[in-house]
Design a protein around this ligand. Sequence first.
Ligand SMILES: [Zn+2]
Length: 104
Amino acid sequence: MNDENLESRIAYRNHLLTKWARKYPADAKRVQDAHARVWYFRGDPEEYTCLCGATAEEWQLVILDNWEGKIILPYSEDHWDYAAFCTPCAVDVFERRWEQLLGR
Ligand SMILES: [Zn+2]
């Protein structure tokens, strides 16, 4: 994966998140609160190693059994439904999760 491609994928993810957060502010707030809970119970993602071996940078929802919210703004009340990823892998997770949730 080249950097330019990664940058445009990150930019697109941010664009979608911003757009949906504006459209659904209550859901965006719940996503924020859910992330705060994950930080509270599990700590800074930088204390973890991503699956690829890099230092993790962010928490991402990976277990979709209990998700609530909107397809672009999913969250879970259970902090164990999240895993720590570096940004490039987090973008993969975001895109894959979006496809999975759309397919339901
Ligand atoms: Zn990674």
